[in-house]
Design a protein around this ligand. Structure first.
Ligand code: GDP
Length: 472
């Protein structure tokens, strides 16, 4: 069925082509290289096995349970603009929660690790906001373990607060709320908790399970307790990694430093990275010449959940690219070169993200159980009505999930969320912004615009029943 999708033919045609070769195959059967080549030729396609070569070379063995050791949680701070994300990150970076280290962290390196009084560590991603979070997720990086969502207690749950909540939920990342600015006389944390409750998000004081703490990012009040709650939340996740293996992880950010060459902040997710290791990161590779921590100290090695700056790559990989240590330098170079080539050809290759037309086909081949939808509209009432009706289209075979709904035009953040969650976007009486439209094209995200609720429901029902005509 995958091959059929790539060639844009019905799976039954591929099956009958196999039958003519004397092979009885099922939809989910893997074909060997020779069969793939012959079948593809029959449909006028030529097979090139570049993708599998790239991934085969870096296939990861599973870790054994006994090799796994606890690791620090990795935290992203999100929330509405001006509610205090940067202030919280700054406070944590500079504060004395960093045991035994005077002066704190001076450098901005995209991520940093702090040690609490209890001796435990937390790694913060210093790129606040759900856009950065979801952009990395769209590139395949699963980095964040816990999301702190900051809400200003002298304000309210705002549109971007809701976005941040949806983005964290879509990624399956647990949330800890930081009710901020409680030093202000007009702060009313209870009002915020009440608003959250009305959205079905019950914090602990309200009898719910979601952790929340009142803080002031300015004075530092409550920040330690907040971090303790983050640790509590992450204990439930039982985070582990194996320090004794070839290292792998993700790129947080990268840049060109005039004097030193390419500088990449990376997060080690498994194994231990050492100076001298040969690293493949996205489309680039290189030997780690030097490794620096967030305090500018030189390191010889870095274990799981440790963010470090590395020098030595031959280019700047993108945030969210994976990295892996390679045994063979030539192989790393080869793969990097192939990836560059693949990247160039990517736009001409099969569509990555879901379109409404494809739903019927994926349903027919039985590899489709969930339809994720983002609903944007001009007024609350119609968004609720539309979301409800869409959810009710769920059947035994396919569940419709509304992963985000909000008033307002379709934004870049919506497109990123759709790309990361394989979702389609339904706009009711709203349009995408110019930048969002460009991004949707680039990421091939399906954006559907309607001015009649009934049309939206019908079209999606038809798609789910596999009845959408291909020319819609
Ligand atoms: P961001 O946009 O979410 O990163 O918000 P910032 O961290 O830039 O904060 C926005 C404004 O709120 C700044 O002027 C901060 O000084 C102020 N601010 C942030 N946290 C607090 C707080 O706990 N108390 C008070 N009084 N002001 C704060």
């Amino acid at each position: 069925s995958e091959l059929a999708t790539m060639m844009n033919v019905a799976p039954t045609q591929v099956i009958s082509s196999c039958m003519s070769l004397g092979m009885m195959v099922t939809l989910n059967q893997r074909l060997d290289a020779e069969t793939l080549t012959i079948v593809a030729e029959e449909f006028g396609y030529q097979v090139e096995f570049v993708d599998s070569e790239v991934s085969d070379a870096i296939i990861e063995e599973e870790d054994k349970e006994e090799d796994l050791k606890p690791r620090a949680p990795i935290v992203t701070v999100m929330g509405h603009v001006d509610h205090g994300k940067t202030s919280l990150l700054d406070y944590v970076r500079k504060a004395n929660v960093i045991a035994g280290e005077s002066g704190g962290i001076t450098q901005h390196i995209g991520a940093y690790s702090v040690e609490l009084e209890s001796g435990q560590h937390i790694t913060f991603l210093d790129t606040p906001g759900h856009e950065a979070f979801t952009a990395m997720r769209a590139r395949g990086a699963k980095i964040t373990d816990v999301a702190i969502i900051v809400i200003a207690a002298d304000d309210a749950v705002m549109p971007q607060t809701k976005e941040a909540i949806s983005h964290a939920q879509a990624a399956g990342v647990p949330i800890v709320f930081a009710i901020n600015k409680v030093d202000r006389p007009t702060a009313n944390p209870e009002k915020i908790k009440e608003q959250l409750a009305s959205m079905n998000l019950l914090v602990e004081d309200w009898g719910g399970k979601i952790q929340s703490h009142d803080i002031s990012a300015k004075t530092g009040l409550g920040v330690n307790e907040l971090l303790e709650k983050v640790l509590l939340e992450s204990e439930l996740l039982d985070l582990k990694a194996n320090p004794d293996r070839r290292s792998s992880g993700a790129v947080i950010e990268a840049s060109l430093d005039k004097g030193r060459g390419y500088l990449a902040t990376i997060l080690v997710q498994n194994g231990t990275l050492r100076v001298g290791d040969y690293v493949l990161a996205g489309q680039y590779s290189g030997k780690v010449k030097a490794m620096l921590d967030e305090r500018g100290h030189r390191l010889k090695e870095a274990g799981p959940a440790r963010p470090v700056n590395i020098l030595g790559l031959d280019g700047a990989p993108q945030a969210g690219d994976g990295f892996v240590v390679m045994e063979d330098e030539r192989e790393a170079k080869n793969i990097a070169a192939k990836r560059t080539q693949l990247q160039r050809e990517q736009s001409a290759r099969t569509q990555k993200n879901l379109t409404l037309e494809e739903i019927g086909r994926r349903l027919a081949v039985g590899d489709f159980q969930e339809l994720n939808v983002i609903v944007k509209g001009d007024v609350d009432g119609s968004i609720e009505a539309l979301s409800d009706s869409l959810q009710k289209l769920s059947t035994e075979e396919i569940q419709v999930n509304i992963i985000h709904k909000a008033v307002g035009q379709i934004s870049e953040s919506d497109i990123l969320l759709a790309a990361a969650s394989d979702a389609i976007i339904v706009g009711f009486q709203v349009r995408p912004s110019a930048n969002a439209r460009k991004l949707a094209e680039k990421e091939s995200v399906d954006v559907r615009l309607y001015s009649i609720i009934y049309d939206a429901i019908n079209e999606i029902r038809d798609a789910m029943e596999g009845m959408l005509s291909p020319d819609v």
